[in-house]
Design a protein around this ligand. Structure first.
Ligand code: NOJ
Length: 694
């Protein structure tokens, strides 16, 4: 059988230089000029079209008017849903349910593909340790190992095989690389990360997606080791293409090749194009520098044509792999069957249920359905905020808000906004307090709206904006149970909110079915099972704060004279209405030979009358190594379901490579010696043991 790459090679031989460069060009808007370019074979891809009619129209131009009839690749950002909005990726990651995350990705992409989108600029796999960074919402948190597993699940979902036997889309791992390390959490900022840290913390999820077969990558806006990522031969050519043997193609981020000029590593659009090409970026997103300058560059430096051949080959291979040559068009009626269909909407609800994290509960939850409730706060009736940072083609009118869900559940409640989400002047606190006076409980929605989260939305404060805290303080005087729902795209500094609340749920930006999932959880119809994937700091001065930090030479020294360094909530933390008790941690062989996996088991008892799910987490520490290593690292987990009073023995087999690391010379090794191990409900609690590799 001829492979896609062989087919692409054959086609490449027939192509002119213009046509090869054309494959490397992606534009955003489709107007008359672009239509002409398509007919001339000078454009290979478009992004952000959300209109199947238009997609088919331009595909017809490519397939009928261009010389070689090469289909276009249409890309878009389907970060957490297309029309049916799923929870933001950070929230989904808190489910620790990889199967569900994969399903969510598949449903989201199926909707988008019904409008002709066959390339998704996701997953975003950037490790993020700084909650000021708005794009923390788009990733899977702070852990490289877990981040890699979530990234893989998303790739499987986005690239799952459709009815025609081809992947529904090509996924795109982004932003390559270390974009999440932006100094000060300021979006697009420089990073200062050593190669060792790159390989240890930032690269693993990217590598994991290559192993999973991801078809494309996106180079990031930032510089890496002082060379901009969108013109960086070390990260793209050496690490990604040579070392990881990535066979797909790399697209730049939006105009990031042209931005090489602003980075001061290029002095013209032409030299930016040259640097991008030499760096290994195969497709130019939107800036037009490849379109305008590659040909003249090749005329002067003919050896560049081999780089262009390689880029075009990679792009054409993906087009063959997607079956675009065979099926370039999308049935315009498909979207009516697919978009917002029952199963997809149900999936948004399933995903939302498992994404919620219960952070505090002084026995006030679940609620008695007969309670008289005061529903208060700026997000209770806000259909926009649950949509999160990437709405794609969503319509906020589809959002089930908490208020709507309370109505649907026939709850006895009254609603008052109390204050505006951001503007401190817009407040109606007294109205809210008066309304709450005769109620049994207060359900208070606080947090940040979706405009404060996502790209270009970094924050210098992580507190509740506007008059929200004032509202909380006024309600606290009533001395009634306060159940706070924290809407956010990031961890926030909410010590006072936690202290003043009797229960607190992190409900993130949960998507279309947000209100339903929250209401079911409040009523105990859904037992919360999410666990945090990012540390919640107590105060901004602690940031960045993450569980897998190094021990340092002086671990017990105080780090601040005026504050402690412990988190408000650690990585892996999350409560349940069930009570889980861990016992009998057994390591099968406490001394294992080289290459032997570590086998262990632990018993988990659900010591309550309620069925629930627990994320059993395994952490380890390398006790002595050639380089400094984290105080703890996640190395395995399992999400288990336990009936009331049920006890289960959970077994783990952990491959030894999981305990390996990069030496100072960047060699990945697994070393002999002692390791500490913990199994428990989060990164700070658990039963301890140890093992040895000999
Ligand atoms: C810029 C963003 O950084 C990237 O994540 C996105 O995929 C592109 N724009 C395209 O929309």
């Amino acid at each position: 059988m001829t492979t896609s790459r062989q087919k692409a090679q054959k086609l490449l031989q027939k192509m002119t230089l213009d046509e090869k460069i054309g494959q490397m060009v992606q534009f955003g808007r489709i107007k008359d000029k672009e239509r002409d370019f398509i007919a001339q074979g000078k454009i290979g891809s478009f992004l952000n079209s959300r209109n199947v009619g238009l997609v088919n129209e331009v595909q017809h131009i490519a397939m009928e008017k261009s010389r070689l009839k090469i289909p276009l690749l249409i890309g878009s950002d389907i970060i957490h849903g297309y029309v049916s909005t799923f929870p933001i990726p950070l929230a989904e990651a808190c489910s620790w349910n990889l199967k569900l995350i994969e399903e969510s990705a598949k449903h989201a992409m199926t909707e988008a593909a019904s409008e002709g989108v066959r390339w998704n600029f996701a997953p975003m796999v950037d490790i993020a340790r700084d909650p000021r960074w708005g794009r923390i919402a788009e990733g899977a948190g702070e852990d490289p190992y877990y981040g890699g597993l979530v990234a893989r699940a998303r790739v499987r979902g986005f690239q799952s095989i459709g009815k025609d036997g081809y992947p529904i889309s090509a996924a795109c791992t982004k932003h390559y690389v270390a974009y999440g390390a932006a100094i000060g959490g300021r979006d697009y900022n420089s990073i200062d990360v050593s190669e060792h840290e790159l390989r240890t913390t930032y690269l693993p999820p990217f590598k994991a997606t290559v192993e999973e077969g991801v078809m494309t990558f996106m180079s990031s806006f930032n510089d890496v080791l002082s060379v901009p990522a969108s013109g960086n031969p070390f990260t793209i050519r050496k690490i990604l293409k040579e070392e990881y043997k990535f066979k797909g193609f790399v697209v730049s981020d939006w105009e990031s090749i042209e931005e090489l000029i602003a980075h001061n590593v290029a002095d013209s659009r032409k030299s930016a194009a040259l640097t991008g090409l030499n760096g290994g970026v195969d497709m130019d997103m939107h800036s037009g520098v490849y379109h305008d300058h590659l040909k003249e560059l090749v005329k002067k430096q003919p050896h560049l044509e081999s780089l262009i051949d390689d880029a075009a080959l990679r792009i054409l291979t993906v087009k063959y792999e997607l079956g675009l040559f065979e099926n370039p068009y999308t049935d315009p009626k498909l979207k009516d069957k697919v978009i917002l269909n029952k199963k997809t909407v149900e999936m948004t609800l399933k995903m939302a249920r498992e994404s919620i994290v219960l952070l505090k509960n002084n026995n006030v939850l679940p609620l008695d359905k007969k309670s008289k409730l005061a529903l208060i706060g700026p997000f209770a009736d806000d259909p926009h905020t649950p949509i999160g940072c990437w709405g794609a083609a969503c319509n906020h009118e589809n959002t089930i808000t908490v208020k709507k869900a309370f109505e649907n559940a026939n709850l006895d409640f009254e609603y008052q906004a109390g204050c505006h989400a951001v503007d401190p002047k817009k407040k109606w606190i007294q109205e809210a307090v008066s309304m709450a006076k005769d109620k049994d409980q207060i359900i208070l929605t606080l947090g940040e709206n979706n405009d404060l989260s996502g790209e270009n939305n970094s924050r210098a404060f992580l507190d509740l904006p506007g008059a929200q805290l004032e509202l909380l303080r006024a309600l606290k005087v009533l001395n009634k149970p306060i159940i706070t729902l924290l809407f956010s795209g990031r961890p926030m500094t909410i010590v006072e909110t936690v202290d003043s609340s009797d229960a607190l749920l992190a409900v993130w930006h949960l998507g279309l079915s947000s209100g339903t999932a929250i209401t079911e959880t409040l009523l105990g119809l859904n037992n919360p099972s999410g666990k945090l994937v990012t540390t919640f700091p107590k105060t901004l001065g602690q940031v960045p704060l993450y569980y897998n930090h190094k021990n340092t030479g002086r671990p017990s020294f105080r780090r601040y004279v005026d504050f402690d360094v412990s988190p408000l909530f650690p990585f892996g933390y999350g409560l349940s209405y069930s009570k889980f008790v861990y016992s009998n941690l057994e390591i099968k062989h406490s001394v294992i030979g080289k290459k032997e996996p570590l086998e262990l088991s632990v018993e988990v008892l659900n010591d309550s009358d309620v069925e629930g799910k627990e994320v059993v987490q395994v952490y380890y520490k390398d006790l002595c190594a050639q380089v400094t290593r984290p105080v703890k690292e996640l190395c395995a987990f399992e999400k288990v379901s336990l009936k009331a009073h049920e006890k289960k023995k959970i077994s783990f087999t952990i491959e030894q490579t999981q305990f390996g690391y990069y030496t100072a010379a960047m060699k990945f090794i697994v070393e002999e010696g002692g390791f500490a191990l913990w199994v428990g409900p989060n990164s700070q609690e658990g039963i301890a043991s140890e093992f040895n590799i000999q």
